[in-house]
Design a protein around this ligand. Sequence first.
Ligand code: GDD
Ligand code: MG
Length: 363
Amino acid sequence: MESSLPDLEAILLVGGQGTRLRPLTLGTPKPLLPTAGVPFLAHQLARARSFGVRRIVFATSYKASMFEPAFGDGAAFGLSLEYITEETPLGTGGAIRNAAEALTSGPDDPVLILNGDILSGHDIEHQVRMHCAQQAAVTLHLTEVDDPTRFGCVPTDENGRVTAFLEKTPNPVTNRINAGCYVFTRSVIDSIPKDQVVSVERETFPGLIASGQLVLGYADRTYWLDVGTPAAFVQGSRDLVLGRLQSPALPGPTGEYLALDGARISPEAKVQGGTAVGARAVVEAGATVAGSVLSDDCVIESGASVTDSVVGKGARVCAGTVVRDAVIGDRAVVGAGNELQNGVRIWPGIELPERAMRYSSDV
Ligand code: GDD
Ligand code: MG
């Protein structure tokens, strides 16, 4: 998938707090959460690289100092990486404007902007070419979802011109939404006010449309997922392990599960459905794990069943416990015989006594 685009620069928005993913994001920012065996962003970086992106400026804020140790100068990805930190969060537009100080592109060049929590199979090269061919101010990748109220709703006319941008509206006029990948003409970024909190979704896009500038939609129906909730995060990891979305960053072959170095899975355990098993994690005999993310050094004891869940670093799920659609924080211990389901989250280090009670929101 090597591209013939001229070298492209990108800004990656990674400053959000990842509130909906707590407690996973208490210690690790969302873009660095291990997903199919590698930090989430590794998948986005590798895909961007494959479409001709060569230089990426990270717009950081929450837990800013954790990004550079994870990706360094980017050489391992064939990329050149730069890290820019906001002293206080500037919102999506303010972050783009702030990070643009580190761009080398000229005023007429296209610049790619990526939300840092998206898995997408779309053709970035095609999006950039369309932007350049039509000399748009901004070209938004659009996708379709069942519930547009949680996203930016983006109606277009018959030529693909965006006619409105309605962020998280309770009354969406279309199922077509902003998929969180933009091509901006560089000079348009420079027109965003400096050192101010600005939302591209609530201010910049509506403003450009109102002033008659050309905002285009690039709509497609390829794989797309925002991993901002625990259920979506687990789904993203699962889809990558199963190969539903190809990622050059996947640290092993696709299949029912992916196990990192030092993981010990008993031959009498069942691990399936796109589960990722972290380094040195242990799955004992008779345990069943399906469609889940097991973090490094966690232990799933014999007879436990873990489905569609995240088990944090060093956590322990004791014998016979049932965990479904739940998040177990780092180093937490779920005593034998408990049943955790329906979005339950256990905070890091918490110890649930053996069979103490049912922790389920449906009881
Ligand atoms: N640097 C920086 N500073 N980054 C930020 C800030 C900030 O103040 N605020 C948010 N971000 C980053 C987040 O880290 C994330 O990568 C991206 O901006 C989008 O923020 P989310 O918090 O994930 O927004 P959302 O998912 O509710 O909505 C956005 O994405 C949807 C698609 O997934 C919007 O762009 C919607 O319009 C869109 O449909
Ligand atoms: Mg998001």
